[in-house]
Write a protein that binds this ligand. Structure first.
Ligand code: ATP
Ligand code: MG
Length: 474
């Protein structure tokens, strides 16, 4: 165990706590992660005494580092070579029902381990010289690490009711580490699920983001569903569950499909917001579904209705209401376009329109569209993938030729106004749009001269006279 405590800081702490004649341990996530050989950065040190005083002494010794002290929590931390080292006095906690903020008193190492959420997060390693490197594992955390089990150290009902955020942490750790939640612990989440309502939306989103950034987020979303938490924290996603059958025809199970798309996308991108776009891409399917005799199930306009839902759900869940939301909204709105294109003849003008609408997000949109193919029919999937490859080639070709990604009209509104001596009006928009359409449809080239001539032609069709030309002639 000793050789796993490689950071120089541990020996320094060791000498200082010995000089002070108090016990100290490295504890929690850091210990779990070194045992799992995962990257672990932040170090939590528990001191049976004053964490603040030890933090100050250690910081002074390693080079007069600046210490941030949080008196109310009895904690202090400093940054040492990019690593945050946090010191806390061992403590005992007691909770009241309406808050996740406990009353705190000084305690022993055991008390401190008991207040931790899971057995695998309650492991401690001694830092005192005499027992340096000794593992203290009162709840069988090592066993649970080996068997990949998430389990609370004490009665789960108390642990979860005290701080309901722990229910989400259980699901988050299970997803990140690919662990199983012990049955008793899981049943307790089911019993306590409604307690999640005392947790702030921001905290909930933090945990959801960690689930979304895991290798297989579908596992986490299925656990959220099974526990009953999904229905409470994300009812719109829950709403996608279930299959209806009419005239012997069933539609896709849209929750299952959505989380599969999410997993697929995780193979090709680490972009958190593109991953959220996968979660939202079919969010309006239940709301738009209709059975049409002779045609089967349709989800007409689900991309439009879905895009409209994005800001509402983001706002309620306290996801950011900024350009990230706008990006997710745009992806939802456009998610069917590449596949529709791949199913038709891939014309230059259709490709130009897609490039124009997606702009710089075109590559991300293609990843989402590819991840969206979850059919079990191998032949169908491989046909789509071939068509996508063709779409990608065309996208590249057309972009090189026509430069549509960040397209700006070669003709400004002002030029239209001054050319025809008209006031700013609807007509200006009509002419501008017709120029855009002509370029995207390949009717004219994407340059000033062609666009200018087209503008004159369009103007005369609308009964406007080119006053500039007139003046120049006379
Ligand atoms: P990560 O840093 O990946 O989120 P972590 O386990 O280090 O995982 P932190 O939130 O950094 O999680 O917390 C550090 C330690 O503090 C945990 O390992 C656990 O022992 C304890 N802890 C954190 N949050 C809670 C909680 N809500 N209830 C009980 N113990 C907690
Ligand atoms: Mg941590």
């Amino acid at each position: 165990m000793v050789d796993q405590l490689q950071n120089k800081i541990f020996k320094i702490i060791s000498n200082i706590v010995d000089d002070n004649n108090i016990e100290s341990y490295v504890i929690g996530g850091f210990v779990r992660d070194i045992l799992l050989k995962r990257d672990s950065k932040d170090i939590d040190v528990v001191v049976v005494g004053s964490g603040i005083s030890i933090a100050k002494q250690v910081a002074k010794k390693v080079g007069n580092l600046k210490v941030s002290v949080f008196k109310t929590f009895g904690t202090a931390m400093f940054k040492y070579n990019d690593v945050e080292v946090e010191f806390v006095g061992a403590r005992k906690e007691s909770y009241n029902r309406n808050s996740r903020k406990p009353t705190v008193e000084n305690g022993t190492l055991k008390d401190d381990q008991e207040r931790r959420d899971f057995t695998i997060n309650a492991l401690a390693i001694s830092l005192n010289n005499k027992t340096y490197g000794k593992l203290i594992d009162p709840f069988g955390g090592i066993n649970d690490l080996e068997n990949k089990i998430i389990k609370t150290p004490l009665d789960s009902d108390i642990t979860f009711s005290d701080d309901p955020l722990r229910m989400l942490r259980a699901i988050r750790f299970a997803t990140q580490l690919d662990f199983t939640i012990e049955e008793k612990t899981f049943n307790s989440i089911v019993r306590n699920k409604d307690r999640i309502n005392i947790i702030s939306k921001e905290r909930i989103v933090d945990e959801l983001n960690k689930i979304v950034m895991s290798t297989n987020p579908s596992y986490g979303f299925r656990l959220l569903d099974k526990s009953g938490l999904l229905k409470i924290i994300f009812p719109e996603l829950y709403e996608l569950k279930g299959v209806e059958i009419i005239d012997g025809l069933a539609h896709k199970e849209n929750f299952d499909h959505t989380v599969k798309v999410l997993d697929n996308l995780c193979r090709t991108t680490d972009d958190l917001w593109l991953r959220w776009a996968a979660i939202f891409h079919d969010i309006a399917k239940t709301r738009t579904k209709k059975f049409i005799t002779g045609q089967g199930w349709t989800f007409h306009a689900h991309e439009f209705v879905g895009a409209k839902m994005v800001p509402k759900v983001f706002n309620r869940m306290k996801l950011p209401m900024n350009e990230k939301m706008k990006f997710v909204q745009k992806m939802v709105l456009l998610h069917l376009r590449p596949i529709n294109l791949a199913q038709e003849k891939v014309t230059d003008s259709a490709v130009r329109r897609l490039l124009f609408d997606a702009g710089n997000d075109i590559d991300k949109l293609m990843l989402l569209a590819e991840a969206d193919i979850t059919s079990n029919n191998r032949a169908k999937v491989s046909k789509f993938m071939n068509n996508f490859a063709l779409v990608r080639r065309k996208l590249k070709e057309v972009e090189e030729k026509d430069n549509i990604r960040n397209w700006k009209s070669p003709i400004s509104g002002e030029l239209i106004i001054s050319t025809f001596k008209i006031s700013p009006s609807k007509t200006v928009g009509i002419i501008k749009d017709s120029i855009k359409d002509a370029i995207l449809d390949g009717e004219i080239e994407n340059n000033y001269e062609s666009a200018y001539n087209f503008m004159l032609k369009k103007g005369s069709e609308l009964g406007l006279s080119d006053t500039k030309g007139y003046c120049e002639k006379f």
